[in-house]
Ligand binder design. Structure first.
Ligand SMILES: Cc1cc2nc3c(=O)[nH]c(=O)nc-3n(C[C@H](O)[C@H](O)[C@H](O)COP(=O)(O)OP(=O)(O)OC[C@H]3O[C@@H](n4cnc5c(N)ncnc54)[C@H](O)[C@@H]3O)c2cc1C
Length: 476
């Protein structure tokens, strides 16, 4: 542990993170299905930012709420996804272990986080139990000084990547039914019998460096790995969830500050019709709105810094925590949309910070989206009244079947899906190669002839007309 004060330590970490994101842009641009490669993760976590969440008596930097918020703010200013990674490991894992863990487990885990690059996460959600989490079916039995846990969990942030997990489960009673209360257990990947198998990694929207997926739980953990609730497990879970939701204000503050700084920088530089963007009323309105959100979020951080210390019991803070999460998420989403608007077409580039942020709201809030809003965000192409769905779908299918080469459709779909994991140069090279292949195929001739002869095109079925190299390779 170096001897910098926490403020300087966080500032240095932020500078380091910025350098890493500049030198290794793939950290943010590539879709890391199974999580960031270890070498990149090591670069980000080398200064040991998570020590901020560890109490001083265990060698950490004190777990003071204002420091935790400052770290989240500094990190989210540079990268919303790295900010979330800190939030998950800090508030969903380290702080609950610090508050409810047994001393033996606490010592070992904090030491591991301080000595090596480590991450932690929380598994509550199950495929059949999301909002109604208390109905979870993951169960545990106690035998021979250990707890054996069995079940299925999904959507735990840092799936497959985290070295430590808090896993929630209900006790199996003698008659095989499950008790009402839940318990939380620390599961340590590196220890025998504690590896959680990832059955599937999920494709996710945005925040590409955080892996999510479906996990099979079949592990045995020592009795010292159980968290000890002050009253009940449900209250323990509410306390930790509320603390983590309040702390989202730190992530919001960093992110909104970045949106504001980017907006001012862009508008200062950009002139449209001979007038600097800052001269337009509408632009001034947007910038003042970003400033207002920044101020509101600062007030939320101030409040959170006062109430969210681990010694506080946040079980009954549902209203404060959930409204903070909802309002901060909305402000972040609106701030990103505003920057997107101000930067014109530039905002639609995925390597531009505003473009990346559109998925943010959906990822953070898991809220209900109405069809119209999905269309507005570009998540669906068209919204039609329920009664017209079949007719509209058939008309579109017919139009594609009659007018487009089946081989081209298959190739375009494949190319678009593959592009999200390619660099810009790679995608350009691959699409040029496919275009040249298509120019040599029979479907091109049929397309041109049908146009000249003013008739319906009659493309051969998939595999019989134009073929592309990838079709032969996949068949082999
Ligand atoms: C990006 C992301 C990260 C996540 N991270 C974690 C994590 O780290 N650990 C973890 O354990 N889980 C995590 N989750 C899972 C998350 O907690 C669940 O997605 C959430 O609890 C909702 O559960 P569900 O997806 O099963 O939705 P469902 O429970 O199926 O709900 C579907 C919709 O119905 C709505 N709904 C439900 N009940 C009602 C009602 N009574 N009235 C009106 N509407 C209702 C919900 O609001 C929701 O919009 C994450 C999810 C996402 C998307």
């Amino acid at each position: 542990m170096n001897h910098l004060d926490n403020e300087t330590f966080i500032a240095e970490f932020q500078k380091d993170l910025r350098d890493n994101l500049t030198r290794f842009p793939e950290i943010e641009t590539v879709n890391h299905m199974e999580g960031l490669p270890r070498n990149l993760l090591n670069k980000i976590l080398a200064p040991n930012p998570l020590s901020i969440f560890i109490p001083t008596e265990y060698g950490g930097r004190g777990d003071k709420p204002s420091d935790c918020l400052s770290l989240l703010e500094a990190t989210a200013y540079e990268s919303i996804a790295v900010g979330l990674m800190m939030g998950i490991s800090g508030s969903l894992f380290l702080e609950p272990v610090g508050k409810y863990g047994q001393d033996e487990a606490r010592r070992r885990i904090f030491k591991s986080f301080l000595d090596t690059v480590s991450l932690g996460g929380l598994m509550i959600t199950e495929p059949d139990f999301g909002t109604d989490a208390l109905g979870m079916q993951t169960s545990f039995n106690e035998s021979d000084n250990c707890f054996s846990l069995k079940g299925s969990k999904h959507w735990g942030g840092l799936t497959g990547l985290a070295d430590f997990w808090l896993v929630t489960a209900r006790k199996e009673k003698k008659n095989k039914s499950l008790s009402r209360d839940i318990n939380l257990f620390i599961v340590e990947k590196a220890r025998p019998g504690q590896k959680i198998e990832v059955e599937e990694y999920y494709h996710k929207l945005g925040l590409f460096l955080i892996p999510y997926g479906l996990n099979k739980i079949d592990v045995c953990v020592p009795t010292t790995s159980r968290l000890i609730p002050q009253t009940s497990g449900v209250k323990l879970m509410m306390d930790l969830l509320h603390r983590s939701r309040l702390r989202l204000s730190g992530i919001g503050l960093g992110f909104i500050k970045r949106m504001l700084d980017e907006a001012i920088k862009h508008c200062r530089q950009r002139s449209v019709s001979g007038i600097n963007l800052l001269g337009y009323d509408q632009v001034q309105h947007r910038i003042s709105q970003l400033q207002a959100w920044y101020t509101i979020n600062s007030a939320m951080c101030y409040y959170t810094s006062r109430v969210s210390g681990v010694s506080e019991n946040l079980t009954s803070f549902g209203l404060q925590a959930n409204s903070t999460k909802a309002v901060v998420t909305d402000m972040m989403q609106d701030a990103a949309q505003s920057l997107l608007q101000l930067t014109g077409a530039k905002g639609y580039r995925r390597d531009q910070i505003a473009g990346r942020a559109v998925a943010l709201d959906l990822l953070l809030s898991a809220r209900v989206l109405l069809a119209e809003e999905m269309a507005e965000l570009g998540l669906v192409n068209k919204v039609v009244p329920g009664d017209d769905v079949m007719a509209e779908s058939k008309a579109l299918a017919l139009q594609l079947a009659e007018n487009v080469s089946p081989a081209s459709m298959a190739t375009i779909k494949r190319q678009v899906l593959a592009e999200s994991t390619m660099t810009a140069e790679g995608a350009l090279e691959s699409s040029n190669a496919l275009m040249y292949e298509s120019l040599r195929g029979a479907d091109l001739t049929e397309g041109v002839m049908s146009f000249l002869e003013k008739r319906q095109a009659n493309f051969a079925p998939l595999g019989s007309g134009t073929t592309f190299n990838w079709m032969h390779e996949e068949r082999d």
